[in-house]
Design a binder for this molecule. Structure first.
Ligand SMILES: Cc1cc2nc3c(=O)[nH]c(=O)nc-3n(C[C@H](O)[C@H](O)[C@H](O)COP(=O)(O)OP(=O)(O)OC[C@H]3O[C@@H](n4cnc5c(N)ncnc54)[C@H](O)[C@@H]3O)c2cc1C
Length: 388
């Protein structure tokens, strides 16, 4: 069957691309190997889909080429997607820091995108398993549902994370087949696992959360960290994972904005125990784990200046070397991907393979936590849809 455009992947970027291209009167076919579209949108934002961030700009993305996202974000930014959401009368609210969530469910966003595709005349075929992709006169895609050809091919297959939701490495394989570079891949927005020795000490804190600042290389993130039965998670940890390389340490300030040393000195002389002083700021369960019993029962007056210095360093510069991350099974995104130097930032078309486009997470553009990744999927899908 001959089409103008074939899109592989009916996820966030693929569906936007399909609707935009079909509105331009292109004959569009979307091939999806799962039984349902957009598995990741469905689970995103805990089922409420953090669909954009009001502040999305190139500085919120990690890429070998930090300026690459600028053009697509300016062609189709948060306000454009919000206009579409409002047009479909989907109620949403800002949670914090510009993060917009659906009031009811992510299904509304999926329904909106499917409706946009249907009204524009884009066809979605699923489940369809891709057997091969070749280029002769146009692009030739062989599937278990038939052979399809088109002048333009859009690879919108997403990253490697959450294989249970449909993730595969097909997009990277297609890039390699056509001689397009791929920046090394690794899981991002993912919890850290403790080394055995730390797990023995902190594993018992599973379920406990506290506010902290994490320093990872030159970056720092302040927010909640959550102790799990394997390591640490929570927004500040997930953000740090975007900048962490295996073997590196992270430094954690458990009392951001407070100088423990100054606080204790200001309370002296005092019969308050060290444990009670720390419990003014930190959960008691955590304090019990952090302090030796002898240290915990000392009064603030009994604590020597040297001991105070050591305690203050432990609280403000807790150095942790994670064993690893929890991997693609638990990662929200995949870092790395199609080398942006190989693509036009205005159209997402491959420079050396006319007609071949990439959109979304498969490209080496990874957003911070907070609606930035879906916004990148909408923006890159939109510009590809305008040019296929
Ligand atoms: C648990 C979780 C929560 C998240 N929450 C948020 C959030 O709240 N806000 C946010 O901004 N981002 C969030 N993200 C990230 C966001 O969902 C992704 O970055 C975004 O969906 C990427 O869009 P995409 O179109 O590139 O890929 P996807 O949306 O993943 O779509 C890719 C599609 O391609 C299909 N596909 C893959 N391989 C093949 C193949 N071989 N043949 C045919 N089809 C194939 C897949 O089945 C899928 O339907 C979350 C991710 C996860 C895992």
């Amino acid at each position: 069957m001959k089409k103008d455009v074939i899109i592989i992947g009916a996820g966030a970027s693929g569906l936007v691309c399909a609707a935009v291209a079909a509105r331009r009167k292109r004959a569009v076919l979307v091939l999806e190997h799962m039984k349902r579209c957009a598995g990741k949108i469905r689970v995103s934002g805990g089922g409420r889909c953090n669909f954009t961030n009001l502040h999305a700009g190139p500085e919120n993305y990690r890429s070998e080429n930090v300026h690459f996202s600028r053009s697509a974000l300016s062609q189709f930014g948060p306000s454009d997607f919000i206009a579409l959401v409002e047009q479909h009368r989907i109620r949403y609210r800002e949670k914090e820091d510009g993060q917009l969530f659906c009031e009811k469910s992510s299904e509304e966003i999926i329904g909106m995108l499917q409706q946009e595709c249907t009204e524009a005349g884009a066809e979605i075929l699923l489940p369809a398993h891709i057997l091969s992709v070749d280029r002769k006169h146009g692009f030739d895609v062989l599937t278990d549902r038939g052979r399809f050809t088109a002048d333009s091919l859009v690879v919108a297959t997403g990253g490697l994370s959450y294989p249970t939701l449909g993730a595969t490495g097909l997009g990277y394989a297609i890039a390699k087949k056509f001689g397009i570079g791929v920046i090394p891949l690794r899981p991002g927005l993912v919890p850290f696992e403790f080394r055995q020795a730390d797990l023995m000490v902190f594993g018992q804190l599973s379920g406990l959360s506290l506010n902290a600042t994490l320093f990872c290389g030159k970056r720092s993130f302040t927010g909640s960290i959550l102790f799990t039965h394997r390591g640490i998670s929570g927004p500040a940890v997930l953000q740090s994972s975007l900048y962490w390389n295996k073997g590196e340490s992270i430094v954690i300030d458990l009392l951001p904005g407070t100088d423990l040393r100054e606080y204790i000195i200001s309370k002296r002389p005092s019969t308050m125990t060290v444990a009670n002083a720390l419990a003014n700021f930190l959960p008691r369960r955590f304090v019990r784990t952090l302090l030796e019993p002898v240290e915990a029962s000392k009064t603030l007056s009994q604590l020597s200046n040297k001991e105070l210095q050591v305690l203050s360093e432990r609280v403000h510069t807790w150095r942790l070397e994670p064993k690893d991350t929890e991997g693609y099974q638990k990662a929200e995104v995949t870092l790395g991907g199609i080398d942006t130097h190989e693509l036009s930032s205005k159209t997402m078309e491959a420079k050396k393979v006319p007609g071949l486009f990439f959109a979304g997470e498969v490209i080496d553009v990874t957003g911070h936590l907070g609606g930035f990744n879906l916004q990148w999927a909408w923006s890159s899908g939109y510009v590809a849809g305008l040019h296929v």
